[in-house]
Design a protein around this ligand. Structure first.
Ligand code: SF4
Length: 179
């Protein structure tokens, strides 16, 4: 099944395959989560420390043999465009959470990583149990990934030029699971 083609048909701006074995869960990226600038550290079930140690995240990502990077590129009306950031961030999440259903159907057990922690619920249920453990989505940053490096591995730009914003996600899966 060509996930890249499906992703483009679904509405993502760009998609490309890459080898998940090149992914590196980095302690310095995890350290940024620990600074808690996004106020999700230890408050969202898919964020650190709940998503596992850096070593556990690395091991999990390397247990897959295929990966696809998904990007939503937005054209902004000015260089700093807060409304544009919100609009395209929402568009990306809407695309991701609907495409996640397709990916999970095709590749049960796949790992889907978005940006900024799970957005399934308006407010995460933490510390109460997760409301949708089968649909929750962790973030690339939470897994210690430098998003620009992942784009590089997939051969896609991280930055598409002035007055653009790009949101990224990825899906890791095992091809043989469908055979
Ligand atoms: S599904 Fe809801 S409760 Fe579960 S991690 Fe996501 S936001 Fe939190």
């Amino acid at each position: 099944m060509d996930l890249v083609q499906l992703a483009i048909e679904h509405g993502f701006s760009h998609a490309a395959e890459f080898d998940p074995k090149v992914l590196e869960a980095r302690q310095d990226v995890r350290a940024m989560c620990e600074e808690d600038k996004c106020h999700a550290y230890a408050k969202n079930w898919t964020c650190p420390p709940f998503c596992g140690t850096v070593e556990e995240c690395q091991e999990k990502m390397h247990s897959y043999n295929k990966a696809v990077l998904l990007q939503t590129e937005g054209k902004l009306t000015k260089v700093i465009d807060w409304l544009g950031y919100i609009e395209f961030g929402k568009k990306h999440n809407d695309l991701l959470y609907s495409f996640a259903d397709t990916a999970r159907e095709l590749y049960p057990g796949c790992l889907i990583l978005g940006g900024g922690g799970c957005r399934m619920c308006t407010k995460c249920a933490h510390p109460k149990p997760c409301r949708h453990p089968d649909k929750a989505i962790s973030s690339m940053e939470g897994y210690g990934l430098l998003v620009s490096r992942v784009c590089e591995a997939a051969g896609l730009p991280y930055y598409y030029g002035e007055k653009t914003i790009t949101y990224c996600a990825c899906i890791l899966y095992n091809e043989q699971e469908t055979e």
